[in-house]
Design a binder for this molecule. Structure first.
Ligand SMILES: *Cc1c(COP(=O)(O)O)cnc(C)c1O
Length: 393
């Protein structure tokens, strides 16, 4: 299918599927590790790269390719490489682009495992890492050195939902020949398209909203043919952090409903955020959809909706936060997000528990902070579940 004349919702349902001779309507799962050739000459042509086609499912599988082409169409990327997890997508990107002596810059508030990957594993190979606060534009500019290879960000940030102007940061990076990488896990292409705003590479944990129902682990790296088709694919086909065909199929079907799910998550999150601001025990609510959010205007411009994750501070610190969390009967107490089921977590003692008190304060993770990833349950039931712990009953 040619992608050119179609809108996002159509691409989400149709892009990437090459119907086989069986004329199936839904996409098939190719559960095969290898492929056969019609002759020794064809096998030789495939291996030498003279003839395109399937070779081995570590790096060529029709179901995985179907997922890659569909996600690439949604992100507006020339090329996508699917990986076994979101972390594998970040590791693959680092291995593909970096060498000893290079320098990278990351925003301070990113997914915990990404920080550990940078500090404990990427650093081991002689790569320097600096951290900058997401919205500190002067800080980004100042941190770039002649050795800087890329800037890595998440926007909105987790759990405080701070937002950076991708276009502005891309201009700062490109002025010094630095690549901008955006982990687009929170928004997905349904709400935000970083490549159109100037980002060079988009990273996904497909585990979250792309699956959307908490079933499979997977990831993806997207960008130009030159970077993704050559460097990133070159590493993946040799090193093998590949996506399984079954998971690719689950994600592929997830993409078909991604936009309507993201709209529903966003609609409920906005209602919940507004309701939380009215509660006397709630000191502060962080959600880009609220006019009180410091980057509300930017969020309106940069995103087509505000997403499913919010956080808020309750009076009474950790004790009150834990009491609220433990009082819930419906919400799941887990740090995961991007599921149909709403989740509630206490960042200071879970996702950010390994930071020192000082680091936590610098990162703005207060003891009373609670994060909710709003699922697809009825918003009335979500509010009622929280109302008990907020002493409203
Ligand atoms: C979960 C997550 C990751 C890691 O993805 P996995 O699929 O768990 O490996 C990376 N970035 C963000 C923002 C995430 O939420």
């Amino acid at each position: 299918m040619s992608n050119e004349p179609y809108q996002l919702d159509t691409l989400a349902v149709r892009a990437g599927h090459q119907r086989t001779h069986e004329l199936e309507h839904s996409e098939p799962i190719f559960a095969t590790s290898s492929y056969v050739y019609t002759s020794a000459a064809q096998a030789a042509a495939r291996f030498s790269g003279e003839e395109p086609g399937n070779i081995y499912s570590r790096f060529t599988n029709p179901t995985v390719r179907n997922f890659e082409e569909r996600l690439a169409a949604l992100e507006g990327a020339e090329r996508c490489v699917a990986t076994s997890s979101g972390m594998a997508a970040i590791m693959t990107t680092c291995y593909s682009l970096l060498q000893q002596g290079d320098h990278i810059i990351s925003s301070r508030a990113i997914f915990g495992a990404t920080t550990i990957l940078f500090n404990n594993f990427v650093a081991k190979f002689g790569v320097d890492i600096s951290y900058v606060d997401l919205t500190d534009y002067a800080g980004w500019e100042a941190a770039i050195t002649p050795k800087t290879k890329f800037i890595f960000i998440e926007t909105p940030s987790n759990p405080l939902t701070e937002i950076v102007d991708i276009e502005r940061l891309a201009a700062i990076a490109h002025a010094k020949d630095v690549l901008l990488i955006v982990d687009n896990c929170f928004c997905t292409p349904a709400l935000q398209k970083p490549i159109a705003l100037g980002a060079d590479i988009v990273i996904h944990s497909a585990t979250k909203y792309i699956d959307g129902q908490g079933r499979c682990i997977g990831g993806a790296v997207l960008g130009t043919e030159e970077i993704i088709g050559q460097a990133v694919y070159g590493f993946l086909r040799t090193a093998g952090p590949s996506m399984s065909p079954f998971n690719a199929w689950v994600f592929l079907k997830g993409l078909e409903t991604l936009r309507i799910r993201m709209q529903a998550h966003s609609a409920s999150a906005l209602l919940l955020a507004q309701w939380l601001t009215e509660q006397t025990v709630v000191e502060k609510v962080n959600y880009p959809g609220l006019p009180s959010h410091p980057q509300h205007e930017l969020a309106k411009r940069q995103q087509s909706d505000f997403g499913g994750v919010l956080s808020f501070v309750v009076k009474g610190g950790k004790e009150a936060a834990w009491k609220l969390i433990d009082s819930t009967r419906l919400l799941s107490i887990t740090a995961n997000l991007g599921d149909t089921k709403s989740t509630i977590t206490h960042p200071a003692t879970t996702t950010h528990g390994r930071l020192s008190d000082e680091q936590r304060q610098a990162a703005g993770i207060e003891d009373g902070l609670v994060r909710i990833a709003v699922g697809l349950e009825d918003i009335l039931d979500i509010k009622n579940d929280l109302a008990a712990g907020l002493n409203l009953d």
